[in-house]
Design a protein around this ligand. Structure first.
Ligand SMILES: [Zn+2]
Ligand SMILES: [Zn+2]
Length: 453
């Protein structure tokens, strides 16, 4: 089936499933997700979904919170429909951590007769179940309990092994059930986190197009539009979302799912994550190393989106002299850079250094050639940055949702913001506006600028 930007406007979320789309970008887009139900009372359809797959023996996985929120009800529905249930309910006084203990508990509770893992939860539980689904080679289905993140359908899980956060290969669920009656009762900070993560797509999509212009990275307009339409709808409904309105919560969940589908279409996280996510990951790592309680992912992404959009807006207003770009770019002082990486990344520094291990002369040469591309495409770059909401609009949306706007409101101090602007880009090999500013010798200028946030 052919797909174009115009088609996308008419698509409902289920139209994206179970097909191969021949796209004008040259790729065939498809997603490995069989079933997605987002509606009020969706858990009533669970027996039918399980029957269609032919499963009878169900291993239900939840924690004490999600069992209360939805697990008990799901169990009741399935038992009265004649299913055989065994369950693992993680009992935790604080947050569940996806570590060796949680994986061990899963293994000792699991019995080989079980045909499917039924996860009742959101981020962490989903991470554990998708990983176990991969390791034990049995399918999983998830009943989502919060519209808090875009990773429900991703094939990567984030685990905490040996006290370090790592990404591992996982098997995405075969079906995702989003019952709006359950989702709208989720803790408000989880709903807001989902909204913040969605707002971050404005920055991620801009970075994707910039990478397309500057380094010729693959880009698809259809996928970009899929995501943009969803974010725009969530942004338009922000006041309703703050009141837990069912339609707004449902559309947020749909938006997060569409982002997940978009990532499958492209084969990586490019359309969903850019500089705003790198800054968020950087802060997450800093908090982890200092033993501080984590801030919800989407809240950090929302704050970073505001800062990075403010930088982008100010950047295109500058009068840039392309003939005299910063002297520090002519020689890269590798030792100085290494010291800085050791200072900000501490025990994670060796990994970051090896990820960025390039020949220094190549780096200088590459940078020079990118500066020429940036100069020659300056009008397009300005146009791309203007195309997305500016910092004022992002600030207004965060305020209306009730998300803190200033990093200091959530305990991220000035130095952590400066270091994120300067060194968060080293976390991933991905071209974003932070790399672009680095190419232009402007990172320090923005990192130490007053009145940015
Ligand atoms: Zn495409
Ligand atoms: Zn995210």
């Amino acid at each position: 089936m052919q797909i174009t930007v115009d088609d996308i406007q008419k698509f409902g979320i289920n139209d994206f499933l179970g097909k191969d789309f021949e796209c004008k970008c040259g790729k065939i887009h498809s997603v490995k997700l069989d079933n997605l139900i987002i509606e009020e009372g969706a858990i009533e359809k669970l027996p039918m979904v399980l029957k269609n797959f032919g499963y009878k023996n169900v291993f239900l996985v939840a924690d004490n919170n999600t069992y209360d929120a939805a697990g008990r009800e799901v169990e009741k529905i399935l038992i009265s429909a004649g299913f055989f249930i065994e369950k693992l309910i993680y009992e935790r006084a604080y947050e569940l951590v996806p570590d060796e203990v949680a994986i061990g508990e899963f293994l000792v509770s699991y019995n080989k007769k079980m045909e499917v893992i039924l996860t009742v939860g959101s981020g962490v539980l989903n991470d554990i179940s998708k990983y176990m689904s991969f390791m034990l080679d049995i399918p999983s289905i998830v009943v989502a309990t919060a519209p808090s993140m875009d990773g429900y359908a991703s094939s990567i899980s984030a685990l905490m092994l040996k006290d370090t956060k790592i990404s591992v290969q996982s098997t995405p669920p075969k079906a995702i059930i989003g019952d709006i009656d359950i989702l709208r009762k989720a803790p408000m900070d989880m709903i807001l986190a989902g909204f913040g993560d969605m707002l971050g797509k404005y920055s991620a999509l801009r970075d994707w197009k910039l990478a397309n212009i500057v380094i010729g990275e693959y880009y698809c307009d259809v996928v970009k539009n899929m995501i943009e339409l969803s974010v725009n709808r969530c942004a338009a409904e922000v006041n309703l979302l703050a009141k837990r309105d069912g339609d707004a919560v449902g559309h947020l969940m749909e938006g997060l799912m569409i982002v997940g589908i978009a990532m499958s279409f492209v084969g990586n996280s490019r359309p969903a994550s850019g500089a705003e996510h790198h800054m968020s990951h950087f802060w997450e790592l800093s908090f982890l190393m200092e033993g501080r309680k984590a801030i919800p992912h989407g809240i950090k992404v929302g704050i970073a989106t505001f800062i990075i959009n403010n930088i982008a807006n100010k950047f295109i207003e500058m009068d840039i002299d392309f003939e005299n770009i910063g002297d520090d770019l002519k020689i890269l002082d590798r030792d100085k850079w290494k010291n800085e990486i050791n200072r900000v990344y501490k025990k994670a520094a060796p990994e970051i250094l090896s990820l960025n291990d390039g020949n220094i002369d190549d780096m200088v040469e590459d940078r020079k050639s990118r500066q020429i591309v940036i100069r020659d495409n300056w009008e397009d770059i300005v146009h791309v940055i203007r195309e997305f909401p500016d910092a004022d609009k992002i600030q207004m949306l965060l305020k209306r949702a009730g998300i803190p706007i200033r990093p200091q409101d959530v305990g991220i101090d000035r130095e952590m913001v400066q270091d994120a602007i300067l060194y968060a880009k080293e976390l991933r090999q991905k071209y974003t506006i932070l790399q672009l500013l680095g190419d232009m010798g402007l990172l320090k200028y923005f990192a130490y600028m007053d009145g940015l946030y």
